[in-house]
Design a protein around this ligand. Sequence first.
Ligand code: NIG
Ligand code: FE
Length: 398
Amino acid sequence: MSLLLTGIAELTTNDPSRGDGLGDPGDALLGIVRDAALVVSADGVVEWVGPAREAPDADSRRDLGGRAVIPGFVDSHSHLVFAGDRSAEFAARMTGTPYDGGGIAVSVAATRAASDDELRALVAARVAEMRSQGTTTVEIKSGYGLTLEDELRSLRIARDFTPHTTFLGAHVVPREYASDRAAYVDLVTGPMLDAVVADGPTSLAESIDVFCEPHSAHAFDGDEARAVLEAGRAAGLAIRVHGNQLGHGPGVRLACELGARSVDHCTFLADADVEALVAARGTTVATLLPGVEFSTRSPYPDARALIDAGVDVALASDCNPGTCYSSSIPFAIALAVREMGMTPAEALHAATAVSARSLGLDRRIAPGQAAELAVLDAPSHLHLAYRAGVPIVRALDL
Ligand code: NIG
Ligand code: FE
């Protein structure tokens, strides 16, 4: 049973060769087709894309009533496996208390105390919340277990929801190792990593990540981060890095040197960091997480300058209980446009095509691609930022 979707006022294909060239400023990136149609096979694969007047027949049809269709958002950075509540920490930040990563211990304690069923239900609710806002692909990190068993458990639960799982045993040094940091790095790079890859390099985790942040007493310095990332890479995992979130530091350059798929946050960048990102173009994506700057009162990174310099820029939510408890990619897009100098087209591209690339995925709407789609109660992608805070976009259930 194939399905013909019509009534698409504007289709973003992320394939510039497919655009109808009618002059939207976003065309060069988004490959926009107006008055479009799509044919999707019974198993959810795109069979045909083009102008509605040329659409072939299909077994059934659905009229979307003049809405815009976009590729589903790819949220390439989230921490959904956690229990507990840190809303008081957010409130304190709004009146001036800085973020230093210390609150992660609160989430670790609550997560360790939660049952598997409780954690799975929490993750299910968060993934559903994302889908209701247009996200069809999500990366999920561990990092609130920080014991061998609790990290494995977090990854197993995350795997129930996505193949894009990331081992973040090196999130912070847990309290019980505070006086022997080296022993914790040895645990992460030894027994924990061995267990993560025991059934094959990507059986439980696709990537490894580290919170590289010399400005936090809880996180890892450049040497510790290098040890974690090199061990993960040797074990067959892709590399992702939390870098340069709280201040200048080695995270971005280390990520680029080691061939990371992504270095995330990039809030404080020196010229040498930007040069490293430019040189790493095509390999390492700079994933900006503006919900974090919003939620921690940090300065927003200058996405405009990064894009103009030639850096690959992605957008993601970083949904987590500390620095950004928002699962909303439309919110991130609105912030990127309003606060970071991105055009609406660049922001949409960054939250779909570029974030997808950082997960090794291709997020175009083209024949042969999975039909991972989102639909807007609006006629164009411009409304994503224009209608900030209004729930106009959701994943399209076929
Ligand atoms: O991406 N910076 C490190 N990790 C998370 C925050 C974790 C937390 O505070 O619970 C982040 O911002
Ligand atoms: Fe994060």
